[in-house]
Ligand binder design. Sequence first.
Ligand SMILES: NCc1[nH]cc(CCC(=O)O)c1CC(=O)O
Length: 294
Amino acid sequence: MKRQIVIGSRGSRLALAQTAQVASYIEAADPEIIVEIKKIETTGDKRLDVTLDKIGGKGLFVKELDKALMEGEIHLAVHSLKDMPMEESDEIPVVAYSKREDPRDVLVLPRGKQEGKYGGRIGCSSFRRRLQAERLFPGADFVPVRGNILTRLEKLDRGEFDALILAAAGLKRAGLSHRISRYFSVEEILPAAGQGILAVQGRKGQDVSFLAGYGRPASEAAALAERAFVRRLDGGCTSPVAAYAETVEGRLHLKGLFYNGTGSYFIGEKTGRMEQAEELGILLAEEMERKYTR
Ligand SMILES: NCc1[nH]cc(CCC(=O)O)c1CC(=O)O
């Protein structure tokens, strides 16, 4: 008898592409397992008429999947780590952090347009992106944009914006990397905590040995450090707090963005051991809070 594993996924092209990646890994790792993908519509996907912070933030993309996990309807859920709320539940822990896809943000232009000057309208809802991009494009108008990647690209191509800022990871995973016209270095725009990492969420006590080779220690260390930094600064879903960590020769290098609430932000860094990822995040947050709170 083959064992069946049910993975829950949001229905967007990106979410399904991400879930399919995990599903093929599991089926290749253990031929005795058959994976079924179950589409679950989330409030965040249904309500496209209002900005996320008005209806309760990023958690809206995971709430329905959390419920399906808790009720045993699905065994696993696959999420973009950056969409997961900072408060985690012991009942439904993250059981694997994927190899990290490109963590950078990118600029996307309307189909057929060349990079010009950006005096125009840049579609970008995240305060984190906007705050940092204003330094790069001082003349631009930043306009909120919602919807999944495809919806955003359609709006761009229809002429609603002169450019969009999106995550490279999402575009690459959805097979849309040809739309990227410029990469922002992590120094130009510090990414959201967890950007580019997929989190596989499971249920407490459940055997997930078939995922043993999927998770990456470097991603886990980065995830723990970045999320601890944001959590410590109470980076609610609308705050611009950003963090990015990298492992170089076994040492974890963390950069964090601290916003002082009045239009200025600061980037700080700290290096430590991979095993102390969370402490590193908390220490950097406390250090920057002391230094820059006005
Ligand atoms: N907020 C939406 C979202 N959540 C995850 C990604 C893709 C990047 C990733 O996997 O981290 C995106 C799209 C974007 O920000 O452009």
